[in-house]
Structure formats: C-alpha cells, structure tokens
Design a protein around this ligand. Structure first.
Ligand SMILES: Nc1nc2c(c(=O)[nH]1)N[C@H]1C(S)=C(S)[C@@H](COP(=O)(O)OP(=O)(O)OC[C@H]3O[C@@H](n4cnc5c(=O)[nH]c(N)nc54)[C@H](O)[C@@H]3O)O[C@H]1N2
Ligand SMILES: Nc1nc2c(c(=O)[nH]1)N[C@H]1C(S)=C(S)[C@@H](COP(=O)(O)OP(=O)(O)OC[C@H]3O[C@@H](n4cnc5c(=O)[nH]c(N)nc54)[C@H](O)[C@@H]3O)O[C@H]1N2
Ligand SMILES: [Mo]
Length: 823
C-alpha cells in the first residue's frame, strides 16, 4: 500500500490479497508490524495540509470502557487525527486507544471487502467477492438450514461492541428468525452474587440515592475498596477522579495479589492469595459482628435478617404456615399475574411473639424459637453462625494475610461512607459469585448502601435496549452460554430436551475465536463441526480467519450512532463523520440485506436514521427528554436509570428486602441442571477449581496465569493498532524475578507457556510487582501475532453452575524457555 494516497487507489484484488497474506506472515516475526507502520504513515497523507480539512466530534465505542468524546480531524474524507474536546462533559482526554483509532480504521488489518474462503478453514486464503454474491451465498445457505432445521440451527455470537445501537439493533434480525444466541459468559459472576442479595435490576447500580455517577459520588466516599480492579489501565478516565478523591481525603484500599498502579497509589495495599477474596470478605463480616460494628438498625429495617427460617425446609416461615391465607397484590407486569402476598414471619421483640414482618415494628434480629410446632431461627442468626467458620485466625492461612490485617480491613469497611469497586480479578474464578454475595452481605452488615459515597460503584456493562425494536414479532433467540455450548453440540440436548443441530455460526462483532476460554477446544468442538461460518467485523480477527465468508463492518466514525454509556449513565451521540472506508457497512445495514434475502425485509424498511429514532423511542428515555434531535444538539445527555435499588427500604428481591440469606438460590442462566441449592443460601468460600494448592492440575502446573486488560487494547480491539503494538511488541508475559530465576529465564527471553489445553510463546517481562507464582499476560492479540500457539488457548471452559461465567484467571501453567519450535 506504500505510496498510495488512499486505500482504494491502486489496490488491485491481487495486491490486496497479497497484503492480507503478507500481514499474516509478517506477524510471525517479532516487530513485523514496523513496515506496515511506515506504509501507513505514507498512506495517511499526514504531511499534506490541505483545504478539505475539518474538525468533527468523534467517539470511542469500546463497550465497557468510558466512551470518550473528542475531536477528529477529517481530511480528504478520511479521519486523520484525534484531539481532546475541551467542552466534553466527560472523557475529555482520549487515551492511547482513542488517539490511535484513525490509524486502525485504515490499517492493513481492516476488513475491506466481502471475501470468501478459497483454502482450508483457517488457512487464510481468500477471494474478494461482491456484497451481492456474499449476501446471496449466505441467505441461500441459511434459508436451507432454516427450512430444514429451524432458525435455532444458526448460532450467533455477539460481543462487547454491542453497546452501540447500530450494532445491538442488528439483533432484530436474529430475534425474528430465532437464531441461537451464544452468550459470552464474561463479567457476570460477581454481579449475579450481588443480584442475589440486592436484586437490583440494572447491574451494579448501588451508588448514591439519586444514582449519581461515579464521577460525582466518589467524592463523598471516606474509604474506597478497590478489589482486583486495575482502574488506571482499564477505566483510564475514572482514574483521575479516584486520585482527586484521594487528594480530598478519601482512603484508597487496594486488594490485589499484584502490584498495580492502583496498589502503588493506594493508601494501603493487601496482596492476598489469588482466588481467596470470598474468604477474606466473610472473615471481615465475622470481625464486624464480633466487634459490634454492624448496623443493627439497617439490618432490622432493610434486610431479611429478622425473618424466621424454618429448620425443616430452610425457607422463610410465612403467614400461610400460621393459617393466614395469602392475599393478591398488584399485577406483575412480567408474569401478568397478580403478586401473591404471603409475608414472612418475624419474632416481635416487644410483643415477645411471632408476627407478620409487614406488621412488626420491633423484630428480633437474633434467636431461635418454635412457632406453630416448627423450629425456626432468624436468617441473621444463621448467617452469624455460618461466618464463625471464617475467623481471621483461620482465614489468615487461606488468604495469606495476617489476622491483624483482616481485622484492620474489617474496621476500615465500617469507616463510612465506604465505596467498593471490583474488577475482573474477582469475576474470573469459580467463586466469583460468592464474592458478589459476600460483598452484598458486607454491605448489609455495614449498612453502606443508599447513602452518598457508599455502595458499589459500577464498573461493568449496563445495556439499554428497546424491546419493541428488537423483538418486533415477539420471538426471541434462545441463549446458550458459550461454556455450555460444546456439551449441547455433542449431546444435541439443551435443558433435557432435543435441540436442533447447529449448522452455521454468525460471528458478529465478537471474539468468538480467541476471546473465549479454551480456544483449541472451541475450534475442535464447535468451529470444525459447523458447516458454514460468517464473520462480520471491522478487523481481520481470528474469528474472521476461521470463517467461510467475511464481511466488512463500518467503524465508529462511519455511521451515526447512539450509545448508552455503561459507566457514566449517559446517552451519547456520534455523528457520521466519514463515509465507510472501502466497502464497509454498518451492522444494521447488513441485517437489512440479509433480511431481504431471507424474506423478512419488511421489518427493515427505513435507514440508519429511522432505526436510531425507533430504538430511542421508549418511555424511560422520552420522560427524560432524550431524543435523537436532542442528542444531536447536545452530543451527550445524562440518563438516570429508572428504579434505584434501595428506594424507601424496597429492593428488587422477591421479598423486597436485602436477601443475604437466599431462600431459593437460582443459577444465573438456567441450563436445566439438577443443582444442590442448600450450600448456596448463604455466601461461602470454596477454592478455585484448579489454581489452588494441592489440586492435581496445580501439582503439574504450579504457576497461575491471569489476564490483564491492557491499556493499549480493548480486548482484541487494538491488536491492529500499529503504534499500540510498538509499545508491547508482540505477546508478552509478566513474570516475577524469583520464578524466572528458578527456571533459568531472563528478561526478554521467549518462553513457552503451556498446560494440557494448549500453549503460547511470549516474551518475558520481568516484573518485581508480580506476586511470586503468578504470571500475567495482556490479553487480546490474534493467534497469528504469536511466534507459536496462543495464550488464549490456556484457559478452561470450567464453570460454577450458578455463576455460568468464565474463570479466566483459574488457569495453571508451567513455562520453559522456548527452543524456537518447528514454526
Ligand atoms: N484498556 C482496556 N480497558 C478495559 C478493557 C480492555 O480490554 N482494555 N476491558 C473492559 C472490560 S470488558 C473489563 S471486564 C474490565 C476489566 O477491568 P479490570 O478488572 O480492572 O482488569 P484486569 O486487567 O483484568 O485487572 C484485574 C486485576 O485483578 C487482579 N487480580 C487477579 N486475581 C485476583 C484475585 O484473586 N483477587 C483480587 N483481589 N485481585 C485479583 C489482577 O492482579 C489485576 O490487577 O476492563 C474494561 N476496560
Ligand atoms: N483469555 C481471556 N479472554 C477474555 C478475557 C480475559 O480476561 N482473558 N476477558 C473477557 C471479557 S471480560 C470480555 S468482556 C470479553 C469481550 O469479548 P468480545 O466483546 O467478544 O471481545 P472483543 O475483542 O472486544 O470483540 C469485539 C469485536 O467486535 C469488533 N467490532 C467493533 N466494532 C464493530 C462493529 O461496529 N460491528 C461489528 N460487526 N464488529 C465490530 C471488534 O473488531 C472485535 O473483533 O472477552 C473475554 N475474554
Ligand atoms: Mo469484560
């Protein structure tokens, strides 16, 4: 491409194919990206200051990041430069990922045209085809599958890019045709635990009374617990607010096995054993109760603490058990049935007898009685009894912190207002759910909810969806978690029933290959067994590599879009500032073409603008004046999600109270499994599945490998950024000096990281801040960027059946110097 002014000019099909191939080859050599960068600098015409230049508002849309607002210089119809927008409400300082976006848009890794596979799958041999041919091929195949096996035989995998309306909106087609949705199973373990206790409908929103965003509420906190959260790299824009809050007096506590920028800046840092946080939190609860630091008023008023639990069924004693017939309440909009009112029973302290929880004003928090011949104990007493197992002296060995440290942390958790933030460090073990319910319990005993500066500061995705737009025919996709997919594929059964055979996979904006655990197994057991794979993406990812047809998607600046920011509770608008490069099309336009070919085109009449208007047309937004016209004018608008979790002592749990004792624990996703709910009723600690001393796997592979969401990439997004890759220069693995010494490994050595599932070659970066016995790798490179293997092949598909979430950090490996291999 060197020397050409525009990516279109002078690019024949043959030279295009040659470049694609060349990239794949070059990437196998470290530093292979460099020539590409020189080509790009020449190509972007960066030196020519010409008249056709204008500055337009731009947005990043990394779902789960901050979605910053900034300015983009457009020259000759191409985005060439990103600069800060001083007037932006939030995210005034774009980060590395933002600054390099224009480069990525025209990178050699961009999917430019529809292509069809001509070699073997994964061989990387392609032929450019027209959109007409691509759509005709796909729709003919899909029609055949739908006619013979139904829409469920087509799997669709979407990813975090779906926070944008043009991307999420495209699932309208998949819902109409009832494709099978493959859920990505990331980020949900802790939320499910919190949800069990607090029942809040919008994940993680438990901040100040008015749902004030982090950027305002953090200044009310006296103490901030950072649990396995690498904010300075992963939520770059939030970092300065945290540092500013610290300057104003907030105490920052980092709980992280590794030294990170967060732990380095924290007032106190506790390097606990990985995977042990639930034990720590339960120990803190034990201390808080023992030292009488718990919030009795909150526990009595807002939680299930006083409810009497039947010894026989372990469920709450209800008024119906005492012969009082249930009454009917208002109709539940979801089930369309009246709610049944059958209040739990408490022991009224003043009357010294049992009483309906709806009537008692002085319920006893502790005690056991026999009521109507049934032995009962308060939920609070059961909880207190259960946490006695977690005295600091016992837990010290589990978490590898001193009992004094644990006691200190317990006291700090009561020095309110206390805010808690957690990251993937907690989600990525099988016991992540227990950390979530444990954190819910900690909030309950400390009463740290619903006050300014107290609660959980959300750091994950909060989708905003218009059901009317997405489900116009009232049909849905069936969701199958990716962790469960191999089993369904193999047995042909889902939830105990026969399921249509899978024929095709549509990977739409998702790192299905390489961004899910156990890459090799997913390739062998899913990819290799499917007849027909389609990938729609902006960049040529591993998923594209394994597809039969590859389609080019429009990038962030190439379509007008709206985004419900997951972090700052904002609806943000991005105008279209350049035409889609090459032959790219926005996801919704592609859905329209597919819909027409599949005979459901009538649902896709309209254009980008009308689809945005339709998606924004829902009452919660309208009530706050959020329309496309308002967004176009204001760029972004604060959106306050409906329903604060704790308003007037009411919570979105079945009982309306904080349920640290859960009567009927449910799995996050119902897989029709026969689960033992008894141990789930109260938060508990169990060790990670493999990364724990004495497991068979750990005996064989003594090092724990954890991912890092690196500053220079958004998951795989950014693997195609030439400047970004210059920072890390290929796959690296961070390693403690002692671990390296013990293996004769030196800084800069290429090592093979391996276990029974796979291996990957990476360059060692010695790092004294890594906990001995732990390795960390910045995730998100594509397989072809490795000299051999892929670190994404090392994680397992094992899951906790209640959390149904990927345990990315529960990964045991060994490393050895790489011998150069056969590759
Ligand atoms: N630049 C960038 N930003 C991103 C992303 C990205 O890819 N790149 N991805 C976004 C998404 S979707 C997510 S989920 C978030 C992830 O955001 P983070 O969770 O902040 O990201 P990680 O890099 O996984 O950091 C996890 C931290 O947990 C620590 N840790 C590991 N094991 C344990 C443990 O057992 N206990 C404790 N207490 N800590 C532990 C690790 O040492 C590490 O510091 O980032 C979001 N933001
Ligand atoms: N080993 C390991 N794996 C992990 C993790 C880990 O820590 N370790 N983290 C996990 C976590 S927390 C998460 S949230 C997941 C994220 O998993 P994904 O969301 O699947 O990962 P991304 O790499 O962001 O994939 C999004 C894809 O969408 C493409 N894309 C961007 N914009 C558009 C668009 O407009 N249209 C289309 N069609 N495509 C677009 C991007 O180029 C990219 O290929 O990854 C998980 N995977
Ligand atoms: Mo995530």
């Amino acid at each position: 491409m060197s020397g050409t002014k525009s990516p279109h000019a002078g690019l024949t099909r043959r030279s295009f194919l040659k470049t694609t191939g060349a990239v794949a080859g070059a990437a196998a050599v470290a530093g292979g990206a460099l020539p590409a960068m020189q080509a790009l600098a020449a190509d972007s015409g960066a030196s020519a200051a010409d008249a056709g230049e204008k500055v337009m508002p731009g947005r990043c849309f990394f779902g789960g990041c901050f979605s910053c607002n900034y300015n983009v210089t457009v020259r000759d119809g191409r985005a060439v430069k990103v600069s800060p927008d001083p007037d932006a409400l939030f995210g005034r300082r774009p980060c590395l990922k933002g600054y390099s976006l224009p480069q990525r848009m025209y990178s050699q890794e961009r999917i430019k045209y529809p292509m069809k596979r001509v070699g073997e799958r994964g061989e990387n041999k392609w032929e450019r085809i027209s959109w007409d041919e691509a759509i005709a091929t796909i729709t003919e195949k899909w029609k055949g599958y739908i006619d013979e096996f139904g829409g469920q035989s087509i799997l669709v995998s979407t990813g975090s890019s779906g926070a944008r309306f043009t991307v999420s909106g495209a699932s309208r087609l998949e819902n109409i045709l009832q494709f099978t949705n493959v859920e990505m199973c990331a980020d949900w373990a802790v939320y499910h635990g919190l949800h069990r206790v607090y029942g809040n409908p919008a994940t993680g929103i438990m901040t100040a009374p008015g749902n004030e965003p982090f950027e305002e509420d953090i200044f009310n906190a006296k103490t901030v617990f950072m649990w396995g959260n690498n904010l300075s790299e992963t939520y770059v824009q939030r970092w300065r607010y945290l540092m500013e809050a610290q300057k104003q007096g907030a105490k920052i506590i980092s709980i992280d096995p590794n030294e990170t920028t967060v732990s380095a800046h924290a007032d106190e840092w506790y390097a606990l054993r990985p995977g042990s946080d639930p034990a720590l939190i339960l120990s803190m609860v034990q201390v808080i109760i023992e030292e009488d630091l718990h919030d009795v008023a909150y526990l009595k008023r807002d939680t299930v603490g006083p409810f009497l639990v039947r010894e026989d069924t372990k469920e709450f004693l209800r008024m119906s058990d005492l012969g009082v017939a249930p009454t009917e309440g208002p109709v539940n909009p979801q089930t369309r049935k009246p709610t049944i009112i059958d209040p739990p029973v408490v022991w009224d302290a003043a009357a010294n007898k049992e009483m309906s929880s709806a009537e008692s004003t002085d319920p006893a928090l502790e005690g056991s009685w026999t009521v109507a011949g049934i032995k009962v104990t308060t939920a609070y007493s059961l909880m207190v009894e259960s946490v006695q197992e977690y005295k600091p002296e016992t837990v010290a060995d589990i978490v590898e912190l001193s009992s004094e440290d644990i006691r200190r942390l317990a006291r700090l958790a009561t020095e309110g207002p206390v805010s808690h933030m957690f990251g993937l460090g907690l989600q990525a073990y099988d016991n992540g759910l227990q950390f979530g319910s444990g954190l819910g319990l900690l909030l309950a005993v400390t009463g740290m909810v619903g006050k300014p500066g107290a609660g959980v500061q959300a750091t994950a995705f909060m989708g905003m969806r218009n059901a009317q737009f997405l489900f116009p025919t009232g049909t849905f996709t069936t969701t199958i978690p990716v962790l469960h997919l191999p089993e369904v594929m193999e047995t042909g059964m889902f939830k105990g029933k026969k399921y249509p055979p899978f024929k095709s996979l549509y990977i739409r904006g998702s790192a299905f290959v390489g961004g899910r655990p156990d890459k090799n197994k997913l390739i062998a057991e899913i990819i290799d067994k499917l007849e027909f794979i389609v990938c729609l993406d902006v960049a040529f990812t591993d998923s594209a590599l394994y597809a039969d047809i590859v389609l080019p998607a429009a990038h962030y600046y190439e379509v007008e879009d709206v985004y419900g920011s997951p972090l700052s509770y904002h609806m943000q608008h991005a105008p279209k500032i350049v035409e889609p490069a090459f032959e790219a099309k926005p996801d919704l336009q592609v859905a329209k073409l597919l819909a027409e070919g599949l005979g459901v085109g009538k649902y896709f009449e309209g254009d980008d603008e009308s689809w945005l208007r339709a998606q924004l047309d829902f009452p919660a937004l309208k009530a706050q004046g959020i329309t496309l016209d308002a967004l176009r004018e204001k760029k972004d608008m604060r959106y306050i999600p409906a329903g604060v979790a704790y308003k007037d002592g009411k919570y979105y749990t079945p009982t309306g109270k904080v349920e640290f004792y859960c009567e009927k624990p449910r799995p996050r996703v119902d897989l029709g499994l026969d689960l033992d709910v008894a141990p789930e009723r109260l938060p508990r600690f169990f060790p990670p599945h493999e990364a724990w001393p004495e497991t068979e796997t750990m005996k064989k592979y003594p090092l724990i490998l954890i991912p890092e969401h690196s500053r220079g990439r958004f998951h795989t997004g950014g693997f195609d950024g030439v400047w970004l890759n210059e920072i890390e220069r290929g796959p690296i693995v961070r390693m403690n000096i002692e671990d390296a010494k013990a293996r004769g490994i030196e800084d800069g050595d290429d090592v093979e990281v391996f276990n029974d599932r796979g291996s990957g070659v990476a360059r060692v970066v010695l790092d004294a801040g890594k906990r001995p016995g732990m390795l960390q790798y910045p995730k998100g490179l594509q397989g072809r960027q490795y000299k051999a293997g892929d670190l994404a092949s090392l994680c397992s598909l094992h899951m906790d059946p209640f959390a149904v979430n990927s345990s990315f950090s529960d990964t045991c490996v060994e490393v050895r110097k790489w011998d150069g291999g056969s590759k």
